[in-house]
Design a protein around this ligand. Structure first.
Ligand code: PLP
Length: 389
């Protein structure tokens, strides 16, 4: 390795907007800036772009376009689902929600808020790979349960949940099934009908689309209470003048995901395999998450006897962007709830590293990471009082 490169390997955090997506969006800032509620042509053109995007998003998950509602992103879609279903007449007085201990904070903090309102929430444990076991879910369902919310794939360790089995169980028990598919949308094969998914959250910025735009799939006939009231956009379910450039970008990003799916998944699997095999050559490292049922680009590890944060900062010096589940966000070095949720002891979880590959990574990026990472690890371990290697 001779030259320093810039390698963005944090695609699970966010992605670069694909230039093809940007090209589609730009005219809606420049000339196509109409309000989609207006009757004249500029408004009608915006409304048409909105419906085109809706079709493209729906196609990825086998939904009908009318079942897609645009939001400001994954967080809003998760909030809409949980609060909306909790307050829906369709809960029919039931007050119990089931989710998992390793969901995104958009789910966990919202569940906690609902607990304060008097709802009860079961946080299912997952196995050491981060997977939900359907028999445990079954045991947790009571006559008071109205909603199960289980993420399609975990953002830190990449494990994919058995959505079809979970959906079948929820349908049999008469419980609504929501999945946070922010990490999985467009990468993992999801068919909302085959999998009996009633609600699904997705986000633009994880699929090489823009930030601040997402969508929720709501099965026809499912009626979460509206959370944002106002001018009645999105069939009165989510008010606010539509973010047309963002929605057009999301639609195009979804279309590209579907179009290039097979080739891209195979390419990412190949790159990830090489990266994982290479990282595991470093002594005292482990892969976290499921060995096979995992997102094709998300590679997550623990590396003994060092701090994830120092690792991320030193990698940054080499031009490599990665992330750790043990970031010192609050001043205390608490490992993430996901890493403790999969049973990792705190001292192991402290050395976590996530390298998530995406559309713009190539073989040379992986080679560069594999050339730099061992040096960074050696350097940190040479300063570590606990490294006995
Ligand atoms: N859910 C999961 C699993 C995520 O990974 C994220 C983003 O990191 C979100 C929800 C939140 O999505 P957004 O950033 O669009 O609000």
């Amino acid at each position: 390795m001779d030259e320093k490169r810039f390698v963005y390997a944090d695609n699970a955090a966010t992605t670069r907007v694909d230039p093809r997506v940007l090209d589609k969006m730009l005219p809606y800032f420049e000339t196509g800036y109409g309000n989609a509620s207006q009757l004249y042509k500029l408004g009608r053109d915006a409304a048409m772009a909105l419906e085109e995007a809706r079709k493209n998003v729906a196609a990825v998950i086998g939904a009908q376009p009318k079942e897609i509602y645009f939001t400001s992103g994954g967080t809003e879609s998760d909030n809409f689902t949980l609060r909306g279903m909790a307050h829906s007449k369709q809960a029919r007085g039931r007050r119990h929600i089931i989710t998992t201990t390793i969901e995104h904070p958009a789910i966990l903090r919202t569940c906690e808020a609902l607990e304060k309102e008097g709802f009860s929430v079961t946080y299912l444990n997952v196995d050491n790979y981060g997977m939900v076991h359907v028999d445990e879910l079954e045991k947790a369902i009571t006559p008071d349960t109205f909603l199960v919310s289980v993420m399609a794939a975990n953002n830190e360790v990449g494990t994919i949940n058995p959505l079809k089995e979970i959906g079948a169980l929820c349908r049999e028990k008469g419980v609504y099934f929501h999945t946070d598919a922010v990490q999985a949308f467009g990468t993992v094969d999801i068919d909302v009908n085959e999998m009996n998914i009633d609600l699904l959250s997705l986000s633009g910025h994880k699929i090489n689309g823009p930030k601040g735009v997402g969508a929720i799939y709501i099965r026809a006939g499912v009626l979460p209470e509206t959370q944002i009231t106002g001018g009645g956009q999105e069939k009165k379910r989510r008010s606010g003048t539509e973010n047309i450039p963002g929605i057009v970008g999301l639609g195009e990003a979804a279309r590209l995901k579907l179009l290039e799916h097979d080739e891209e998944v195979a390419r990412l699997r190949h790159l990830s395999r090489k990266l994982i095999d290479g990282v595991l050559q470093i002594p005292a490292t482990r892969l976290t998450g499921h060995p096979t049922q995992r997102l094709p680009g998300t590679c997550s590890f623990t590396i003994d006897a060092l701090e994830g944060e120092s690792l991320v900062l030193l990698l940054d010096n080499y031009g490599i962007c990665g992330s750790t589940g043990s970031a010192c966000s609050t001043g205390s070095l608490e490992p993430s709830h996901v890493l403790t949720g999969i049973g990792l002891p705190a001292e192991v979880a402290h050395g976590s590293l996530r390298l998530s590959l995406g559309r713009f990574n190539d073989e040379a990026d992986v080679d560069y990471i594999l050339a730099c990472l061992p040096k960074v690890v050696d350097r940190l371990r040479s300063m570590s009082p606990v490294w006995k290697g």
